[in-house]
Write a protein that binds this ligand. Structure first.
Ligand code: GUN
Ligand code: ZN
Length: 443
C-alpha cells in the first residue's frame, strides 16, 4: 500500500520533527549505500516511535491537528549518540594529571569511588552525569557504577527520570584494591542478583554484570559472574581488557594458566553476545578470532587511550576480523563527554596507526554501529520505522570557527568531518528522548 500524506491522522502521528536528517542503514565499510540523508526531512512519530521519515515539503501541510511540531530546519538531525563504555562516578575526577592506568586507579579513581558510600552524593553525581549525556546528545550509555549497590540505584533512577536508555551494573572487585572498595565474594553475587531483579529490563534499563577487571576479581568472583549470566541469559557483561602493558603483565602473573588476558574471561564464560570489553588494545590474532566468534563487542575509547598513554587501538584489525565495535568516552580516563570530541581523537588514533577513519564510518560507530555492538539495534541506532525516536539536533554553525569552515565544506562528508574535528557540546542544539525534548541549548 502506498501511504499518501492525507492518510496521516492522530492514530499515526502525534509529533513531527523537521530538519536535515542523517542516519545509517548499515556499515559504510561494507556498503557504498549505507547512509540516508534528507536535506529537508520530516520525521513522523507516534508515542515516541518512528512512523516515517519523509520529504518535508511534500508532507508538512498534512500533519493532523494537535501534532507537536519541532522545526529544526537547517539543522542536522541524527540518531542520539550511544556511548558503549563509561564510568559515571568518575565524572568529577576527569582530567586528573600525569599517570598511567594502574597508578591512576590507585591515586585518583579509588579515592573518588570510595565517596559513593553516601547515597546523597551518588544521586548528585548521577544527576550531573545524565545531564551531561543530554547536553552532548548522548541518549544511551553503558555505565560502570561503583562497588556500592546504592550507586547503581542512583544512576538507574537518574536515567529513568529522563527516559534515557541505560546499561549499568555494580562494580565487582574482591581483591587487589583498597579494603574500603573491595566487596565480599558471595555478597557481590547476592547484591548483583538483587539489582538484576530491581532494574533489568525495567523500562529502558538493562543490567550489566560488571567485574571491574581481572586483577581485581578472584577466580571465585569471576565464576560467580558466569553464574549470573547463566541464570539470566539476556544480561550484559562489561569489563576492561588489554588496556595497558603493565596491566597485561599483572594478569599473566595472577592467571598463569590462561593463554592470554582475554582468555581469563573466556575461561569463566564471560565472552559472548552482550559482553562489552573496554579498550582491547593489546590483543593478539587468536584473541581477535575468539572475540569475533563469540559475538562480544569492543568499546573503543580513544580519548582515554591517549590520555593514559595506553596505546593505539587497531580499528582495522577489528574490522578485518569482523568484531563488533562501538565508540566510547570512558569518562573519567576519557577526557570528554562529547561524542564529537571522542570521534576527533578516534580519527587521530587511526592516523597514528596508519589507518583511516572516514567521517561516515565515525558517525556510524557513534550511532547504528554502537547499537549493533550492544545488540540494541532492534530499538535504537537509526530512524527505521518502529524504532525509539532518540535524536540529537546539531548546529553546524555553533562557533565562529565552524561558521568559517562550513563556508567551504561543500559535501556532506566534508561537513561531517569538520563537525567531528571542531564540534563539542556547543553544537548540540537539542536532544530528544523517545520523541520528547529533554534538552535544549540556552540561546
Ligand atoms: N581498568 C580497571 N578499572 C578501570 C577504570 O576505571 N578506567 C579505565 N580506563 N580502566 C580501568
Ligand atoms: Zn573504563
Amino acid at each position: 500500500m502506498i501511504v499518501v500524506p492525507s492518510a496521516l491522522d492522530n492514530d499515526s502521528c502525534d509529533t513531527a520533527i523537521r530538519g536535515s536528517f542523517l542516519h545509517f542503514k548499515s556499515d559504510p565499510d561494507l556498503s557504498g549505500d549505507a547512509h540516508e540523508y534528507l536535506d529537508d526531512g520530516l520525521l513522523i512519530l507516534k508515542q515516541g516511535r518512528v512512523q516515517m521519515l519523509v520529504d518535508a515539503a511534500e508532507w508538512v501541510d498534512y500533519l493532523p491537528d494537535g501534532t507537536v511540531f519541532y522545526d529544526y530546519s537547517g539543522r542536522l538531525v541524527m540518531p542520539g549518540f550511544i556511548d558503549t563504555h563509561t564510568h559515571y562516578p568518575q565524572s568529577e575526577m576527569i582530567a586528573s594529571y600525569g599517570l598511567q592506568l594502574l597508578d591512576w586507579l590507585e591515586q585518583y579513581t579509588y579515592p573518588t569511588e570510595a565517596k559513593f558510600t553516601e547515597r546523597e552524593y551518588a544521586d548528585k553525581i548521577a544527576e550531573f552525569f545524565c545531564d551531561q549525556m543530554l547536553r552532548n546528545g548522548t541518549t544511551t550509555s553503558a555505565v560502570f557504577a561503583t562497588v556500592h549497590s546504592a550507586s547503581v540505584d542512583a544512576i538507574f533512577e537518574a536515567a529513568q527520570s529522563r527516559n534515557l536508555c541505560l546499561i549499568a551494573g555494580k562494580v565487582m572487585m574482591d581483591r587487589n584494591a583498597p579494603a574500603n572498595l573491595c566487596d565480599d565474594t558471595e555478597e557481590s553475587y547476592q547484591q548483583s542478583s538483587e539489582l538484576i531483579e530491581r532494574w533489568h529490563l525495567k523500562g529502558r534499563s538493562h543490567y550489566a554484570v560488571t567485574p571491574r577487571f581481572a586483577p581485581c576479581s578472584s577466580p571465585k568472583q569471576l565464576e560467580l559472574c558466569g553464574q549470573l549470566l547463566d541464570e539470566h541469559p539476556d544480561l550484559y557483561l562489561q569489563s576492561h581488557v588489554a588496556e595497558n602493558l603493565d596491566e597485561v603483565r599483572w594478569v599473566a602473573e595472577l592467571f598463569p594458566k590462561s593463554r592470554s588476558y582475554l582468555d581469563v574471561y573466556d575461561s569463566f564464560g564471560l565472552l559472548g553476545p552482550r559482553s562489552v570489553y573496554g579498550h582491547c588494545i593489546h590483543l593478539d590474532e587468536q584473541d581477535r578470532e575468539r572475540m569475533a566468534a563469540s559475538g562480544a563487542a569492543i568499546a573503543f575509547c580513544p580519548t582515554s587511550n591517549l590520555f593514559l598513554g595506553s596505546g593505539l587501538f587497531s580499528l582495522d584489525a577489528a574490522r578485518d576480523h569482523g568484531i563488533r565495535v562501538g565508540i566510547a568516552t570512558d569518562v573519567g580516563a576519557g577526557t570528554s563527554f562529547s561524542m564529537l570530541q571522542t570521534l576527533n581523537e578516534a580519527y587521530k588514533v587511526c592516523q597514528m596507526a596508519g589507518q583511516n577513519l572516514t567521517p561516515l564510518k565515525a558517525f556510524y560507530l557513534a550511532t547504528l554501529g554502537a547499537a549493533e555492538s550492544l545488540y540494541l539495534d532492534h530499538g535504537i541506532g537509526n530512524f527505521d520505522t518502529g524504532k525509539e525516536a532518540d535524536l540529537v539536533v546539531i548546529d553546524l554553525q555553533a562557533t565562529d570557527l565552524m561558521q568559517k569552515r562550513m563556508e567551504s565544506a561543500l559535501s556532506l562528508e566534508e561537513r561531517l568531518f569538520a563537525l567531528m574535528m571542531l564540534g563539542d557540546d556547543r553544537c548540540i542544539q537539542a536532544t530528544h528522548v523517545m520523541g520528547r525534548r529533554q534538552y535544549s541549548r540556552a540561546t
